[in-house]
Design a protein around this ligand. Structure first.
Ligand SMILES: [Zn+2]
Ligand SMILES: [Zn+2]
Length: 400
């Protein structure tokens, strides 16, 4: 098994952090904690596991966080020992090449995508009766055993490699979908999960910040689930404006953001030196960028009792003025990855909802994949994402 992984040794991460200060070439150097390693093919650790041969894998913002060693020393992940090794690539489609004796849903030759990634009770080899409360109900992304050691003592690999192994519950059949659609299920699910956390009401004015992979689909799903709201988009790259409009954006905000928000929402703008505040603003904001300084602004772009859904993130400490939160009664909702959704009172998995919409052709899936590289050229792909992120939407590594 050949696989790309992140070895989170503090010394390695610190060296890259320091060197990258002087040159971005440091990220691609031999000192990088992201390494391409070869292991003897691991045996399936239990009879309900499968082995999957990767066809292609998308590069996610979270993979970039590892590659850029962008995690700060004080994030909530850091005290947990299990974050030492992370296999990269979870937006993946592949073919099953081996099944354990107790595998019920799959056979060799089935095409699948990866449902879960990072840690969950199932991935750590826990028996069902040992699952945490979150995993029990299908909320694997919020697993409460994230910090606990895994019972699996072989390398599992993931999407950025030739093969990986996983429990059968971790993969989902993509029968009926193309390889490109299958690869897009995971990032689409991230956007849908965020929108389902707070579906806007009719006539709401909604701001989507960032028209990258996640923001574009937030636009698409907001329009699909609430066609009667108005969607405004903040995106610096004009090349992405047409696609944002095609997916449902009503208007693109340009120029000074405070003035643009005031104009779009009839809010009153007040200013004292550099300190600006709006009275009035958006009903809902989906922040799909997540830079720290932006958080301070988005709180001021909401009207009283408005809702911020925070999808984009940075993994370092940030400073912000909390006044608008309590004074204006704001609601802040965090959204990460995917898992359990309650749709019309019924529990559903985000992945199943996306697959269903793709099969029924209810959503646009063309136009998101902008670049492709062979897996062995992964450094070229990461270089493109570091140097020209604005030109890309989804960059794909071909593993086959
Ligand atoms: Zn992803
Ligand atoms: Zn769990």
């Amino acid at each position: 098994m050949k696989t790309i992984l992140f070895e989170g040794k503090i010394s390695k991460v610190a060296i890259i952090k320091i060197l990258s200060f002087f040159s971005k070439k440091a990220y691609h150097s031999k000192l990088s904690p992201v390494v391409y390693k070869e292991y003897p093919d691991p045996k399936l650790p239990a009879e309900n596991w499968v082995r999957v041969k990767n066809i292609q894998t998308g590069i996610c913002g979270s993979d970039m966080t590892f590659y850029r060693c962008a995690q700060g020393p004080s994030t909530a992940f850091l005290p947990m020992p299990c974050s030492d090794v992370t296999y990269l690539g979870h937006e993946t489609v592949g073919e099953i090449i081996e099944v354990g004796k107790e595998v019920k849903k799959f056979k060799v030759g089935d095409r699948v995508c990866m449902r879960k990634y990072l840690s969950s009770c199932e991935l750590k080899g826990y028996k069902e009766e040992e699952f945490c409360d979150m995993c029990k109900i299908g909320n694997y992304s919020d697993c409460e055993n994230y910090g606990e050691p895994s019972k699996i003592n072989v390398p599992t690999g993931a999407g950025m490699g030739d093969t990986y192994i996983a429990p059968e519950g971790q993969v989902m059949s993509v029968d009926g979908l193309t390889d490109d659609e299958a690869l897009l299920i995971e990032p689409f699910a991230v956007s849908l999960h965020a929108v389902l956390k707070h579906v806007p009401k009719p006539n709401d004015k909604v701001l989507v910040i960032g028209a990258g992979m996640i923001g574009l689909n937030v636009i698409q799903f907001v329009k699909l689930l609430q066609p009667k709201c108005q969607i405004y988009v903040m995106e610096n790259n004009p090349n992405k404006h047409a696609f944002a409009k095609k997916l449902g954006a009503d208007q693109i905000l340009i120029g000074d953001p405070y003035k643009a928000v005031a104009n779009a929402t009839n809010a009153k703008l007040y200013q004292s030196g550099k300190n600006k505040m709006l009275m009035g603003g958006f009903d809902v904001i989906f922040d799909c960028v997540g830079k720290g300084t932006l958080f301070n602004d988005t709180l001021r772009w909401l009207k009283a009792q408005g809702t911020l859904v925070k999808v984009g993130y940075q993994m370092t400490k940030t400073k912000f003025d909390e006044t608008p939160i309590w004074w204006q009664g704001l609601q802040i909702i965090g959204a990460d990855s995917h898992g359990l959704e309650i749709v019309n009172g019924k529990p559903m998995q985000t992945f199943d909802l996306i697959k269903d919409m793709m099969l029924k052709k209810e959503i646009i899936t063309d136009g998101f994949i902008t670049h492709r590289f062979p897996l062995d050229d992964y450094k070229k792909a990461f270089k493109l994402l570091i140097e020209n992120p604005r030109d890309t939407i989804k960059v794909v590594l071909e593993c086959d």
